[in-house]
Design a protein. Sequence first.
Length: 380
Amino acid sequence: MKILFVSTRFAPHVGGVESMLKELSAELSKENSVCVLTSLNESSIKSPFTISNKTYEKDNLCVKRIWMNLPRFLMGFLIFPYRFIAGIFSIRRFIKSYNPDVVNFHFPDDASIYMYFALSFLNFPLITNIHGNDLHVFSKLKIYRFFIFQTLKKSKKIIVNSKYMENELFKVYPEFESKVEIIPNGLDLNYIATVESKKYIEEKYIFFVGRFVYKKGIDILIKAFKLANIPDLKLLLEGNGEEYSNIESLITKLNLESKVILTKGILSATEKLEYMKGSVMGIIPSRIEPFGIVALEYLACGTPVIAAKTGGLKTILEDNKTCLFFKKESVKDLSEKILLLNKSSKLRETLSKSGLKSVEKYGWKQIADSYLDIYANRAI
């Protein structure tokens, strides 16, 4: 089968969508021909008039970059009419030449505008994945809402990663209820199993990994850690983002400079897993979490998890079996859960064993098979 993925978000950029699509395309390319059509951006092109670059190819996987972003800088605005028209024709020409059996569009943002025109009068089956911010952020703007609606209308199926995201989708686009399928994100379980547990500091530590943005609730975690006040326990925060300076200020305000370690988002993917395996617990304090791939990573590492009872976390985790849930945004409840889990080695062992068992169904082979089932039996 020839599969074409379309997404402005793809490696080497870092993020949940980027990671998910990289792993899914790699798994599917083992037995299928797969191409990822993704966008150029301002920082990756030498000339403002560049529309596409050469196709990367390895075995059955290729990556083609064509301009499909809206302008964010002055030069982009000045030449936008050219880029827009040229981008549409380049996308259209590439899709026709690749001639896929199915087009799977992920995270309809700027690209939804380009794809609306590029796919006009073309009859390739379209599947669309809604991940989170494409719905929660882009759909709130009228221009995006129209084009995302048209994309979903044209789609044979709409894939979301959790029951939570299905419900969120119905709130905004109730017209498409009959089209929706739920397929969770996955993990490379075999690779994670090979990563050795490493303890990078002498003291016991809690490990958090994620973008430093408001919705991730890092401020809630820091306040709860302060309230728990466990002398021999430290907090390691891995990540970076727009809230970084605010987090630094909060740490200083609470006099936690000697207790909280900021790794500044420099850890490799393998190092993050090593930190997970070396930690006494992992915490997910999110205010909003459409899916929660980091929760699966903690489970696959055998790390006991404390998580906010919100979003997709309620689907993939089970209270008192694979995690301890705390009331979303409750500093007091989170601090009590930290104290409980830190005190009980038996509880940590129970959560660890149950988590390792529950994560087995999230291997990429199983996830890829679910996608193939939709592509082969329902889309074509």
